[in-house]
Design a binder for this molecule. Structure first.
Ligand code: HXC
Length: 297
């Protein structure tokens, strides 16, 4: 699908994306690149990085991949510094690296819980922390008046509760808190905008393969909070908007990009039935003598 944004929307910007070599992260890398940004990708798998970088370069996007695990502070520091060495600055940090699997709370070991917290929440904070000196106004390669921007990829699972996702719900709730607190502190002190995106279920992603696998029978899939699919492009366009000048006054928000799915519940009554039922109930109570319960009429 063609982008509605101008091709130079991110011209001259440098973006560093964790988890930017696959899934939603790769689509953001691609769209940022197509709109003028240079792209640095951090990921654990060399093969995935190489393939992502060569795809980006094949369409003329300046791109580089650095191996690293967001759970390791030394990796975070090395990748941030390597990006600076390669491109000279960092304008946009996207925290898209995440870990997930379906497991009941009862069967989840504390180490399994910690692993996802470490990747999603601590990893996000660590990357932000290591990139701060370069993102702040007056940081290397930027003016003394304008800071960079951070985008944290979140989820909607924790707005209510989600079956077999206690670890991810806790981790993404922490990510949202990181987004708001950094927006407050670093927005004020350093002119850095910090926002999040909460995708719904997105087709052709590791999240969908893990949370709503095809092996699951279709009835069970229908009952999961993951049945109406979006596209990776939808998330990338939201990211582009938030990272561009169009989003210059947006700070500390997590934009939900799920078609309204998180609001939805199964419909218990057809709309026509509600209309008739409701009118009848209202009439009954209007006609009732004061003080007499309608059930006694
Ligand atoms: C129960 C599990 C498990 C499973 C791992 N563990 N998989 N427990 N069910 N399926 C437990 C292990 O038993 C172990 O605890 C602990 O988690 C760490 O497991 P390791 O395999 O040693 O971890 P590691 O090799 O570091 O792998 C991390 C990972 C893996 C998260 C488990 O899946 C991964 O690297 N994922 C990255 C890619 C990914 O998941 N992407 C999907 C993102 S989707 P013990 O106690 O045994 O030592 C996404 C969508 C979010 O984020 C929301 C969507 C709406």
């Amino acid at each position: 699908m063609e982008s509605p944004f101008k091709a130079d929307t991110l011209k001259g910007k440098v973006a560093l994306l964790t988890g930017g070599g696959s899934g939603i992260g790769f689509e953001i890398s691609t769209q940022f690149g197509k709109h003028g940004a240079s792209i640095a990708i951090m990921g654990r798998r060399r093969r995935v990085l190489d393939s992502a970088v060569s795809t980006l370069r094949s369409i003329g996007i300046p791109a580089v991949g650095f191996e690293g695990d967001v759970r390791k502070q030394e990796d975070a520091r090395r990748v941030v510094e390597s990006t600076i060495k390669h491109f000279g600055r960092i304008d946009i940090l996207v925290n898209a690296a995440a870990g997930n699997f379906l497991v009941s709370a009862e069967d989840l070991s504390p180490n399994g819980f910690r692993t996802v917290m470490d990747i999603d929440s601590v990893g996000t904070f660590t990357m932000c922390h290591e990139a701060l000196n370069y993102l702040k106004k007056g940081g290397l390669g930027r003016s003394s008046s304008s800071g960079g921007t951070i985008l944290n990829i979140s989820a909607t699972l924790h707005y209510t509760a989600a079956w077999y996702q206690i670890h991810v719900s806790a981790a993404k709730a922490a990510v949202d808190a990181i987004t708001r607190n950094l927006a407050l502190e670093w927005g004020t002190d350093y002119d850095i905008k910090v926002n999040g995106i909460a995708p719904g279920p997105i087709g052709d992603t590791a999240g969908m393969r893990k949370l709503g696998p095809e092996e699951m029978d279709s009835k069970a899939r229908d009952y999961m909070p993951l049945y109406k699919l979006g596209e990776k492009w939808d998330i990338a366009m939201a990211a582009l908007y938030l990272a561009s000048d169009a989003g210059k006054y947006i700070n500390g928000t997590t934009m939900i990009v799920d078609g309204g799915l998180w609001l939805s519940r199964p419909r218990h009554l057809p709309k026509e039935a509600v209309k008739q039922l409701s009118r009848a109930v209202e009439k009954k109570s209007r006609d009732a003598p004061v003080g007499v319960p309608t059930s006694k009429l």
